[in-house]
Design a protein around this ligand. Structure first.
Ligand SMILES: [Zn+2]
Length: 464
């Protein structure tokens, strides 16, 4: 059924104006004042509401075998949560471990989403080993439309690659026009510091941060940038958490290295004191890079507004409390990660735009448009324009509520943001013209979500 979104305030990464949006089939076909509504058109009154391009979460884990257990979501729960929270496209990390066959795992990851997702999705392919057979598979995977890689400089012997493998991955990426996302921490230093802390009886979750201090992340970021500079590849630092790492990325960018920066939701709002809370509370807040000294939050917000931080993702990674308790006697055994897919848009809107200094245009850019540009989805995604996919979020800025595990759709028995107030929420959400959320509730169809094939070369970093 054609759809007319009437009288909303359209906000993109560059514009802000009141107009109607007409949707036929899967795309936006007209934008303007007082558009006609032919018979059979569903009209949605968006008066007093904001209309955003569907948000894109560039860093999500759904199927994830990690530290001896599996993250809890499947595509049904994750895509429901994404849509209720305004995210219409997610990019999942496909993460085989070092000993596994890349192509076999890629097929498993794709099969977990096929026919089940309610939102659109695509993947970053993790390169966790580099040899001739893997290289041939990576070429096939890129040809299949998965036009971005992920490497881990940390997680030695599991996900991690050594410097030689990083070099080879970047050379291949350069040849294919593929962007490489990277988890930047020094694996050797993390491993040594972990062993020393545990040996000294420092086993609680509050010791996770000291085992991977800010300098360890800054080193990883610097080294990644050096390898980008040497190979000419385009890179993207995932979940950057602190000022020294930011300075490393910006110094590289200033000398012409093509490097984009992502920070993730928890680091804007939470700090390392959360991991020092009593009992299971502290375990909830263990992730890598870890929550930092609070002073970093102001640095991240300022860099976000300035566009120095390109995107905001979540690193959504739901392990439940029983799983978190696997690490109650040693912080090195706590499954890393926190859920956030459902909350990113509302929390960044509330504490960035509504109560902070983040402009609405930069908010849209960082949570949608910039990711679309970096990962080869623009202008199909990340934009409100004639011809773009009709992925739209009609956002109600007058809504008042609070986050709670009791009402969330993510398959996790806690929220790291329990009781935190939100100023606004998505009222209606469409995915390629189909209403998937109405009145804030999921009314969607599973299987409507499509695998998005992306073509290299993707647009380089710093082009936005
Ligand atoms: Zn991640």
């Amino acid at each position: 059924m054609p759809l007319l979104i009437r009288n909303g305030e359209i906000v993109t990464s560059t514009d802000r104006y009141v107009a109607d949006i007409f949707i036929a089939d899967e795309t936006v076909t007209a934008i303007g004042p007082s558009l006609p509504a032919p018979g059979g058109t569903e009209v949605i009154d968006a008066t007093g509401k904001l209309v955003f391009p569907g948000f894109i979460d560039p860093h999500v884990h759904i199927h994830l075998p990690f530290m001896g257990t599996f993250a809890k979501d499947d595509y049904r729960t994750a895509s429901t949560a994404a849509l209720v929270g305004g995210t219409t496209t997610l990019i999942e990390m496909c993460c085989p471990s070092r000993g596994e066959d890349a192509m076999e795992q890629y097929r498993i990851w794709k099969a977990k989403a096929a026919g089940l997702s309610a939102c659109d999705y695509t993947f970053h392919m993790a390169v966790t080993r580099y040899d001739a057979a893997t290289e041939a598979q990576l070429r096939e995977i890129v040809a299949d439309g998965t036009a971005s890689f992920k490497i881990f400089l940390s997680y030695k012997n599991f996900f991690g690659v050594d410097d030689g493998e990083m070099y080879q991955t970047l050379k291949l990426a350069r040849e294919l026009g593929v962007i490489v996302t990277a988890h930047c921490e020094n694996a050797e230093l993390v491993s040594r510091l972990q062993q020393e802390l545990i040996a000294a009886g420092k086993t609680g979750p509050e010791w996770h941060e000291p085992s991977r201090p800010e300098v360890v992340e800054a080193e990883g970021t610097t080294r990644f940038a050096t390898f980008l500079e040497t190979t000419g590849a385009t890179g993207y630092v995932v979940h950057l958490s602190c000022e020294p790492a930011l300075q490393a990325a910006l110094a590289a960018r200033a000398r012409g290295v093509k490097i984009a920066v992502e920070s993730v939701l928890p680091h804007f709002l939470l700090d390392k004191t959360y991991a020092a809370r009593e009992g299971v509370e502290g375990l909830k807040y263990v992730m890598s890079p870890p929550l930092r000294e609070k002073r970093n939050q102001a640095v991240l917000w300022a860099a976000l507004e300035a566009g120095e931080i390109d995107t905001v993702g979540t690193d959504h990674c739901p392990f439940d409390l029983e799983q978190k308790l696997l690490g109650k006697d040693a912080f090195t055994l706590i499954p890393n990660g926190i859920p956030g897919l459902e909350d990113r848009v509302n929390l960044m809107y509330t504490y960035g735009v509504s109560r902070g200094g983040l402009s609405l245009n930069r908010f849209v850019d960082a949570l949608s448009t910039r990711a679309a540009k970096l990962f080869g989805l623009y202008p199909r995604k990340g934009e409100i324009a004639v011809g773009s996919d009709a992925d739209l979020v009609v956002y109600d800025p007058a809504y008042r509520g609070a986050i709670s595990a009791k009402t969330q759709h993510m398959n996790c028995d806690y929220s790291g943001f329990e009781g935190v107030a939100i100023d606004g929420r998505p009222d209606v959400v469409t995915v390629r013209g189909r209403v998937q959320v109405r009145g804030g509730a999921f009314v969607g169809e599973y299987g409507h979500g499509e695998f998005l094939r992306r073509k290299p070369p993707v647009e380089g970093a710093n082009a936005g």
